[in-house]
Design a protein around this ligand. Structure first.
Ligand code: AMP
Ligand code: TRP
Length: 338
């Protein structure tokens, strides 16, 4: 029987700040659900985190915490490859080579670079070069799908342009990747302000986000205090005034996987938003409890986490090394004999 050809998926997540419900429902939960369908690589991009000033101790802790959290959320090493970017040297090597064919103007046009550098009198070269490292991440794995948030679409498009340019300059067949943006509804808004995305930037503002490690009581309190409106209709809606209720309903929908119609009929006889908040808080707590348990187990078993990460890095190294060697040969570098 012919071997089934599975799509290769590559995505990355930065080890910056605590993982919140938006990251989980908008990205990680989807990765977990689809991990058996495709050939997935999930990378903790610690080298990307270096592009802005960092506290070494904090970076180290956050990298381990995020790694444990991804496994705790349900990524299984038998089904997908989870690894730390700096464990596989091919990413840095590949980025250097791609740097040398990427016009500077392409990088200067990136909106994230413009936003992050605005008003600063000193920024790192790494900040400008960030998308080339991201292109190396993707292209070294021959990934055809790259699930990312809307804000990263321009970077994936740059990776496409770099692949096309490389293929036209050399006799090469780099795969040109496609960004995959999650369906609407996976955008979790701030509980204190449903008009802004739940974000790590405000995660120290009380009542804004739910951290995946928050205590049950804290979760309950955050949901109880979530901004709604003065009405009592429990319906999905795009109206700005209903953004808070819509956010709670969307969270409920993504967790329970029920349809909008099922959910609206479930709450048809509710006595106001109190009932909705109670159910939302219950399902979040139910969803997060096993994650917290598994996370705590992994964080207390250093050896197990290291083993998982080193087996991920080994698989990643195999795939990316083969592609990197091909790239090196194509451009005329002499490969070492061994
Ligand atoms: P970040 O926290 O910006 O590094 O994002 C990590 C991943 O989580 C990306 O895939 C984002 O698109 C996703 N993400 C971040 N915040 C949210 C949110 N509020 N709702 C849905 N997805 C999010
Ligand atoms: N730049 C992405 C972000 O900040 C993270 C990232 C790095 C990434 N390398 C990647 C995402 C490769 C997808 C593919 O969210």
């Amino acid at each position: 029987m012919a071997k089934e050809i599975r799509s290769r998926v590559f995505s990355g997540i930065q080890p910056s700040g605590n993982v919140h419900l938006g990251n989980y429902l908008g990205a990680i939960k989807g990765w977990v659900q689809r991990q058996s369908e495709k050939d997935n690589f999930f990378c903790i991009v610690d080298l990307h985190a270096l592009t802005v000033p960092n506290d070494p101790k904090q970076l180290n802790t956050q990298t381990r915490e995020l790694s444990a959290m991804l496994f705790a959320c349900g990524l299984e090493p038998e089904k997908c490859t989870v690894f730390i970017q700096s464990h596989v040297a091919c990413h840095s090597e590949g980025a250097w080579i791609l740097n040398c064919i990427t016009p500077l103007g392409w990088l200067e046009r990136m909106t994230q670079y413009k936003d992050k550098s605005k008003g600063k009198n000193s920024i790192s070269t790494g900040l400008l070069d960030y998308p080339v490292l991201m292109a190396a991440d993707i292209l070294l794995y021959d990934a055809n799908e790259v699930p990312v948030g809307e804000d990263q679409k321009q970077h994936v498009e740059l990776a496409r342009d770099i692949a096309l340019r490389f293929n036209s300059l050399y006799d090469s067949d780099l795969i040109v990747p496609e960004p995959v943006i999650p369906a609407v509804g996976a955008r979790v808004m701030g509980l204190d302000n449903p008009l802004v995305k739940m974000s790590k930037t405000y995660s120290n503002v009380r009542g804004h986000a739910i951290g995946l490690l928050d205590e049950d009581k804290e979760i309950d309190r955050s949901i109880k205090r979530a901004v709604t409106d003065s009405g009592n209709e429990i319906r999905f809606s795009d109206a700005i005034e209903s953004a808070g209720v819509n956010n709670l309903l969307s969270i409920y929908r993504v967790i329970t996987q029920k349809t909008e119609i099922e959910i609206e009929s479930e709450f048809a006889n509710a006595r106001g938003y109190g009932d909705l908040k109670k159910r939302v808080s219950e399902v979040i707590i139910e969803e997060l409890n096993p994650i917290k348990d598994k996370y705590n187990r992994l964080m207390s078993d250093v050896g197990e986490l290291d083993r998982l990460l080193s087996s991920g890095a080994q698989k990643a190294e195999e795939i990316s090394r083969a592609r990197l060697n091909k790239i090196k040969q194509t451009i005329g570098l002499v490969l070492p004999k061994n």
